[in-house]
Design a binder for this molecule. Structure first.
Ligand code: 26Y
Length: 776
């Protein structure tokens, strides 16, 4: 009530949901500030080593609900809101979903921030305060339409602006030599201003800071021009600077705006490193030789890989250390996480662009490259500069103390493929840290029915120590427990069904298998395989409409990069197929498709707890880890999947009997792809796949000409082996049908999945980083 009147300036009789939501948020924030400041004091007074997580993406989602959970105030909050006559869901859902990321890599960064706080590790996350996060998706005639996201269009109650922490970031210009020293005279500059959001850990013992940089002009505007009446030109410096933190880059393959992306990466990295060095000097004095003892920096993919040359530049040009020592200090401070093997996602910048935007850094990159080649005996294939391009993966690797993969399989592939040559030179550098997710958000907060059942059955300790879920295993044979587990799942399915009916007009049967594939739209993730299987099943049901079919609701969710034509065509196809199938009276009791638009963190929180089946069907060898797969397992969904990414570890832990495996292995997939005509050969052999493609070509689902290119690509190229895996997938889905029909059996498998999911807590992952990489 205090914040409603004194901060929001509204009496209760006039307050809207928005007013109440802000008042509640400020009240909760007040409670976070105390442990937050205490943590800062403890770290500073004890001169503790800190972890710095540099990421271009933090996909945090909504904050309020998670903060309430971590403060342990969920029951009190419910009572308080009830006494005020307020609806909790309404208040929580009024908060915009902070979408400062594209997908897995950004959400991982957010889970890591939460675990770092829960474990009480002194840490900062550094990112960019994008004014517009990931675009909003809607469908027009089944096709994706992007509209700008606008989360900062309203007050953001969680952040504290730090006008005193501002750094100048230069671009372009000249490098001159003065007294034997190189001096970079940037041609442009902007100011990076810090905006801090506290991240509260489980049980509120510790809070760290997510520090996001917003760009400000060095000169606000040109007063001469303004006074002369040229208002637009006067505001130019401001507009130019602001573009730097204006929009999140969609995971994209187009060439457009490459320069802006490079500038954004440098903007984040330079601001973070200047801030880190300032703090180090303030706490430990000017002797930067001890930097690696007090600072561990993690680069989330290559996006902040300019950190290597930038740290060397700061040490050498601004703090007068020699190159060799600067290089050594940087290497003992920096570490790099690789999240992809896909060649199109490995960043490369033309030498021209690098020299144009960051001339001093290009010089330093050449020095790093030369030093590395000399010290390793000048082997082939390991240079940072190749074919007039700067290879950021090689740069990050060479500048890192440790390089990590994100699942066991992915780490093996990092060693044997992208970095095979560098791995031979530095055999101890690559380590595995399998991803994880925070059980606070992804279980306790998003799945209250299951959380209550777990509390009742094994006690509440699992939230902070997910390995305790093992205690559930004995209950997998307890009929009473299994009934309650089913009831909890059903409650989530009913809630989701109500939402689907209200939002999409789809009448879902909670008894049906809720079969969910939610993730970014990418060919390698093979949403195409899923929709083709759906078409084939629909056709089979038509052939015997009185058959004993297990009812299914197929749920899709995900966005395509705006310039990714094939991914957008697959979205269109799913929507076209959904329209035909959902309107078919012959099959509708058995099969429906729902594709709610604008999949985001908040939607994941509703879909995952309601899922029976988790689709993790990427071409083996292509999905680095996956983290959605872990969330589903924790929430009792069974996985249908390939041996890819962390699926391999999920299957090992839950046991092969409790996992629906299909498809080629990574090695087999490589062999298969090398066979000329592999797609056509596989399609010719598969009646089901052939029919599915034929039905599309005949125009059974909207205008066939929309799909000619996709069909042609599937018959003649099929780079992600949809055809080769089709029959195996189709058969596996039918074994899902029969398994689901046997309730007792299914629920037992579900219980065993939950019981084995403790390993996938991001607390375990962070402990691994602490031990093997950061030494904190
Ligand atoms: C613009 C471009 C350079 C780019 C931008 C974003 C390239 C890649 C990305 C994002 C990649 C990403 O999200 N990768 C995912 O990381 C997850 C966390 O490790 C993995 O679980 C997932 O398999 C991987 O695809």
């Amino acid at each position: 009530m205090y914040h409603l009147t004194h901060t929001q300036g509204r009496g209760p009789e006039f307050a809207t949901v928005f007013d109440w939501r802000l008042a509640v948020s400020y009240t909760i924030r007040d409670l976070i500030v105390t442990p937050w400041m205490a943590g800062h004091r403890t770290s500073r007074d004890n001169k503790l080593k800190r972890v710095y997580y540099l990421s271009m993406e933090f996909l945090i989602g909504r904050i309020l609900g998670d903060a309430i959970i971590n403060l342990g105030l969920d029951h009190q909050m419910d009572e308080a809101l009830e006494s005020l006559g307020l609806n909790r869901t309404q208040i929580l859902e009024d908060e915009p979903d902070a979408a400062l990321g594209n997908g897995g890599l950004g959400r991982l960064a957010a889970c890591f921030m939460e675990s770092l706080s829960s474990l009480g590790v002194p840490a900062f996350g550094y990112g960019i305060r994008y004014e517009h996060g990931l675009f909003r998706q809607r469908f027009a005639a089944g096709q994706q339409v992007e509209t700008p996201e606008d989360w900062l269009n309203q007050p953001h109650p969680w952040e504290f602006v730090r006008v005193d922490y501002s750094y100048t970031i230069g671009f372009k210009g000249e490098v001159e030599t003065v007294d034997g020293h190189s001096v970079w005279l940037p041609g442009e500059s902007v100011v990076a201003r810090a905006y801090d959001t506290p991240v509260i850990g489980w049980q509120a013992n510790w809070a760290n800071t997510l520090r996001l940089w917003g760009a400000q002009p060095t000169n606000l505007f040109d007063l001469h021009r303004f006074n002369a009446g040229d208002y637009a030109a006067a505001a130019e410096p401001e507009a130019l600077a602001r573009t730097l933190s204006r929009v999140l880059y969609p995971d994209d393959t187009t060439d457009q705006g490459k320069e802006l992306r490079l500038k954004q990466e440098y903007f984040l990295t330079s601001a973070a490193l200047q801030d880190i060095i300032r703090r180090f000097v303030a706490e430990h004095g000017e002797d930067l030789a001890h930097l690696p003892d007090k600072v561990a920096i993690q680069l989330n993919d290559t996006h902040p890989a300019i950190a290597g040359p930038e740290l060397i530049r700061l040490l050498m040009d601004e703090h007068d250390l020699p190159f060799a020592q600067s290089l050594d200090l940087a290497r003992r401070t920096l570490n790099y996480t690789n999240h992809t093997l896909l060649p199109e996602a490995l960043e490369r910048w033309s030498i021209w662009l690098m020299g144009h935007v960051l001339p001093r850094h290009l010089q330093i990159i050449r020095m790093i490259d030369e030093d590395h080649r000399k010290s390793t005996g000048r082997p082939a294939n390991v240079s940072i500069i190749d074919h007039d391009e700067v290879r950021m993966g090689e740069l990050a690797f060479i500048m890192a103390g440790k390089v990590n993969g994100v699942s066991a399989l992915h780490t093996d592939l990092v060693r044997s493929t992208v970095f095979a040559d560098l791995h031979k030179l530095h055999p101890d550098r690559i380590v595995n840290l399998t991803n994880g997710v925070t059980p606070r958000r992804w279980l306790r907060m998003s799945n209250p029915p299951l959380a209550r059942l777990l509390d009742k059955t094994i006690g509440t300790g699992w939230t902070g120590d997910l390995d305790l879920l093992k205690g559930l295993a004995p209950y997998a044979d307890d009929g009473g427990f299994l009934d309650e587990l089913r009831a909890a799942k059903r409650q989530n399915k009913v809630a989701l069904s109500n939402g689907l009916l209200a939002d999409l007009g789809i009448n879902a049967d909670p008894e049906a298998i809720f079969d969910v594939q939610v993730k970014r739209m990418h060919e390698y993730k093979r949403q195409l395989l899923n929709i083709l299987e759906t078409i084939a099943l629909w056709h089979r049901i038509h052939e015997s409409p009185n058959g004993d079919w297990t009812p299914r609701l197929k749920i899709f969710g995900g966005k395509a990069a705006p310039g990714y034509w094939t991914a957008k065509t697959i979205i269109h196809l799913i929507n076209d197929v959904a329209k035909t199938i959902n309107d078919d009276p012959v099959t509708s009791q058995f099969l429906k498709i729902a594709y709610p638009p604008n999949y985001n963190v908040s939607m994941a929180e509703k879909l995952i707890p309601a899922a029976d089946l988790s689709e993790q069907i990427s071409t083996a060898g292509k999905e680095a880890s996956g983290t959605g797969n872990m969330k589903f397992t924790m929430n009792g969904a069974l996985t249908i999947g390939t041996l890819d990414g962390a699926n391999v570890e999920i299957r090992e832990l839950v046991g092969p009997d409790n996992f629906f495996l299909f498809g080629l292995t990574a090695a087999e997939a490589e062999t298969e792809k090398a066979k000329p005509g592999h797609a056509r050969a596989a399609i010719e052999k598969s009646d089901d796949m052939k029919i599915a493609l034929q039905l599309i070509a005949e125009g059974r689902f909207g205008r066939p000409e929309h799909y000619y290119a996709l069909l042609d690509r599937t018959w003649n190229d099929d780079p992600f082996l949809v055809a080769s895996d089709f029959d195996s997938y189709y058969r596996c889905q039918r074994s899902v049908d029969s398994a689901y029909a046997d309730h007792g059996h299914w629920d037992r498998m579900s219980a065993l999945n939950i019981a084995s999911s403790g390993f996938f807590s991001s607390d375990r992952t962070i402990r691994g980083y602490m031990e093997t990489i950061w030494h904190v």
